[in-house]
Design a protein around this ligand. Structure first.
Ligand code: 5GP
Ligand code: ZN
Length: 120
């Protein structure tokens, strides 16, 4: 269940439209709570975005709803299990200063190449 801070679908939200099938995407995985698709501008051989079906603007807002948060983590688990990924990086950009450009919470799941630490 969404809290009052979430809506089932936000008007003019790109990822709500992708979840609804109104904008095409390359689906990799889906379940009751999440939809996962290939990033348009991949930064690694595997670069998948895992998004909650309901609209939350970022991971901090998503975190206000424990069930929805668990649903997204379970979706990440479902994706990596399906794809057989054992080494992967999960990124939640939050805020424009660190590069968030789409304001529907999403986990980047990146894999398939060596990655430095700390991230840039
Ligand atoms: P952010 O910058 O908010 O962390 O991540 C947004 C991601 O969405 C970017 O990596 C960008 O490449 C991806 N993206 C933006 N528009 C589209 C789109 O229309 N389709 C897909 N598949 N990915 C998109
Ligand atoms: Zn949305």
């Amino acid at each position: 269940m969404a809290t009052e801070s979430a809506t089932e679908s936000a008007t003019d939200c790109l990822f709500c439209k992708i979840v609804a099938g109104e904008i095409p995407s390359t689906k990799v995985y889906e379940d009751e709570h999440t939809y996962a698709f290939v990033d348009l501008n991949p930064q690694a051989p595997t670069h998948v975005l895992v998004v909650p079906r309901e609209h939350y603007s970022d991971v901090a807002e998503l975190g206000q709803d424990a069930a929805a948060s668990a649903g997204l983590i379970a979706g990440i688990r479902g994706l990596v299990a399906q794809e057989g990924l054992r080494h992967f990086r999960t990124v939640f950009n939050t805020g424009t200063d660190v590069g968030q450009s789409v304001f529907h919470a999403h986990a980047h799941v990146l894999a398939g190449r060596p990655m430095g630490w700390p991230p840039g």
